[in-house]
Design a protein around this ligand. Structure first.
Ligand SMILES: Nc1ncnc2c1ncn2[C@@H]1O[C@H](COP(=O)(O)OP(=O)(O)OP(=O)(O)O)[C@@H](O)[C@H]1O
Ligand SMILES: [Mg+2]
Length: 290
């Protein structure tokens, strides 16, 4: 079993932005989803775990070893897909993977060949293996990024918004791949897509403003809202009046009609009960705790 323990982790950038504020998390094998809006601190947390930046205070350990003191211990077991991969060199997908595999310490040519062939197939890039990565489409680059993260049998995979830019079919393939490999390792996935977390992750956290606002199992967090989520259609002009009276957790324009979803303990007049979903958890947490 692999374990990441994060204790009171705080990081402030030079411009004064508090990107992480006393973050506490305990993560073991399986998929862990990190949900949060733009600027929540997801990438900051991931970059700090992988040792790309040092926090001002707090601790991170991986399998009992101090990650902040010695990032190399975690890095040898790490597959990382950053949000911005940077500039791609003008070499083929195969050559670039071969180069990265050497850096990861896969010294035997036959082993590299076998792994690279397998991974290119898994991310559906076999036909493009001799094309320059610099000429790939956004989705192809993303899939290449996934393949490089999987090189060298990592024990921990950290992927920052991996499905951004993938079409629905590729997103599905990718999610299934992560799901398969996460059985024996830690996979930390950041996303804005509530659905991905709902379907894939056994454990999750919701972040905003550098803080972890909720964490637990998606099903449990949803269960806590049972009987408290209501919706109705209203006139567009009445929205402010409803906002004063109820805790509106989402508003949606459907075919020019306004639909609101509210959190209330008791049945509000004129509303229909809704079966709670992870989206409600997400919006409710962001509304009340941000
Ligand atoms: N290098 C940096 N220097 C200064 N501020 C930064 C830096 N990187 C991020 N920030 C700020 O820190 C906060 C957290 O940013 P971060 O990139 O971690 O968010 P995020 O949750 O990954 O957002 P997104 O979903 O948009 O990727 C934001 O306010 C951001 O503007
Ligand atoms: Mg980010």
């Amino acid at each position: 079993m692999n374990t990441i323990s994060i204790h009171d982790l705080s990081l402030t950038y030079k411009n004064g932005v508090k990107a992480l504020q006393e973050v506490n998390l305990h993560i073991t094998n399986g998929m862990f989803g990190l949900l949060g809006p733009n600027g929540a601190g997801k990438s900051s947390l991931m970059k700090t775990i992988v040792g790309l930046q040092r926090p001002q205070s707090g601790q991170i350990s991986f399998n009992g070893k101090d990650v902040i003191q010695d990032p190399r211990y975690l890095q040898q077991y790490l597959g990382f897909l950053p949000q911005d991969f940077g500039v791609y060199p003008k070499i083929s997908a195969w050559q670039l993977l071969d180069h990265l595999a050497r850096l990861k310490g896969i010294v035997h040519a036959s082993e590299r060949k076998q792994q690279i062939g397998y991974l290119l197939d898994r991310v559906n890039l076999t036909a493009q293996r001799y094309k320059e990565v610099a000429t790939f489409s956004g989705g192809m680059r993303q899939r290449f990024g996934v393949a490089q993260a999987l090189l060298g049998n990592p024990r921990i995979i950290i992927v920052d918004e991996p499905t951004a830019g993938l079409d629905p079919e590729e997103r599905n393939r990718f999610n299934m791949l992560l799901n398969e490999i996460s059985e024996d390792i830690i996979v930390i996935l950041s996303t804005h897509l509530v659905e991905d977390v709902r379907h894939l992750c056994a454990e999750m956290a919701i972040m905003n403003n550098g803080m972890v606002l909720a964490h637990g199992k998606p099903g449990q967090l949803i269960q806590e809202l049972a009987g408290r989520i209501w919706s109705r259609e209203i006139a567009l002009a009445d929205i402010e009046q409803y906002a004063q009276q109820y805790r509106i957790i989402s508003r949606q324009l459907i075919a020019r009609r306004m639909h609101i979803t509210v959190y209330e303990q008791d049945t509000p007049a004129g509303f229909q009960p809704l079966t709670p979903a992870l989206e409600h958890v997400y919006f409710n947490v962001l509304q009340t705790k941000s």
